[in-house]
Ligand binder design. Structure first.
Ligand code: NAP
Length: 276
């Protein structure tokens, strides 16, 4: 048995807002494991040297967040298929042989959160509308198609970005003009906001939401505030509303298990710890 305390952490810039340290520390404490999880503010030009040095200081892996997710994928020596598909890494495992293994668990976290918040969700029930075509949208698209969603209507303020994403994911994804976004909600079994609209400090969501109908599942990746205006409108329309915090919690599960050897559970205490 090694006396070394296993360390993990999250690298981004800025990083002070991250909820991951309190989440992983909660799991370490409740599972009675030794270890720690450290937030690290690292500039782009220092990323590679930091990643190559951390294993020598006892780190078993790190999470990667904005703006380093694409660069981390480039630096890694081994990459999972899902990270390649998404084009970004959010989880790195430092192997004993010195190699850096990159994965992306955002899509997994998204689907697990959806299943937990909407247990009756049937992926094949009908089209999904996805608002936004940034980094998070790639993970959402990959995981929805993998889950068996037959058709995705993708809409983004900058249309060309949505078109690029649709090209990458094939015929099941079609682009809808941003000004038409409100018109496709009515026919959607699932609506996902992957834009930053509605987040504290960001502009409000202005897409007309009167097309939402009872029974539609609506989920928002934004979790600050927990109940966004989109989710409030969804509840008022009789939809099943699923907040975005669970995605953050679920995406952390596989990483924690790889680093610390125990699979944590996502429960109400986990949510409370992340919100502290
Ligand atoms: P990103 O790559 O920067 O993409 C931002 C997206 O928001 C783009 O589609 C962008 O459209 C759109 N957008 C921004 N301002 C807008 C405006 N004023 N009007 C219309 N659209 C606007 O960011 P990301 O990494 O995809 O993250 C997106 C959001 O998801 C963030 O709020 C992030 O916190 C959240 N997120 C949550 C989780 C979770 O675990 N719950 C995980 C990942 C991300 P354009 O292309 O036109 O700029």
């Amino acid at each position: 048995m090694s006396d070394k305390i296993p360390l993990a952490g999250v690298i981004g810039t800025p990083i002070a807002h991250s909820k991951s340290p309190q989440l992983h520390r909660h799991w370490l404490k409740t599972l009675g494991l030794k270890g720690d999880y450290i937030p690290m503010d690292v500039a782009a030009q220092d990323l590679e040297v930091v990643l190559r040095t951390l294993p020598k200081a006892g780190f078993v892996g790190v999470n990667i967040t904005i703006p380093h997710k694409e660069a981390a994928l480039e630096i890694a020596d081994l990459v999972t298929d899902r990270a390649i598909l998404i084009g970004a890494a959010n989880t790195l495992i430092f192997r004993k042989d010195g190699q850096i293994h990159a994965d992306n668990t955002d899509g997994y976290g998204f689907i697990e959160n959806l299943k937990a918040g909407a247990p009756d969700w049937n992926p094949t029930a009908g089209p999904a509308t996805v608002l936004g075509a940034g980094g998070a949208a790639r993970a959402v698209l990959a995981s929805l198609l993998d889950a068996g969603v037959p058709e995705i209507l993708l809409t983004n303020r900058t249309r060309v970005r949505a078109e690029k994403l649709a090209d990458d994911f094939g015929k099941k994804v079609s682009v809808v003009d941003w000004v038409q976004a409100g018109n496709v909600l009515e026919d959607s079994a699932l609506v996902v906001n992957t834009t930053s609209l509605g987040m504290i400090g960001k502009p409000a969501m202005r897409v007309p939401l009167d097309g939402l109908r009872a029974g539609t599942i609506v989920t928002d990746l934004v979790y600050a505030p927990l109940k966004t205006d989109l989710l409030a409108a969804a509840e008022a329309a009789g939809c099943v509303a699923v907040d975005g915090l669970g995605m953050l919690l679920h995406q952390a599960v596989p990483a924690f298990e790889r680093w610390f050897g125990h699979r944590p559970v996502v429960d109400s205490a986990t949510r409370a710890a992340a919100l502290r």
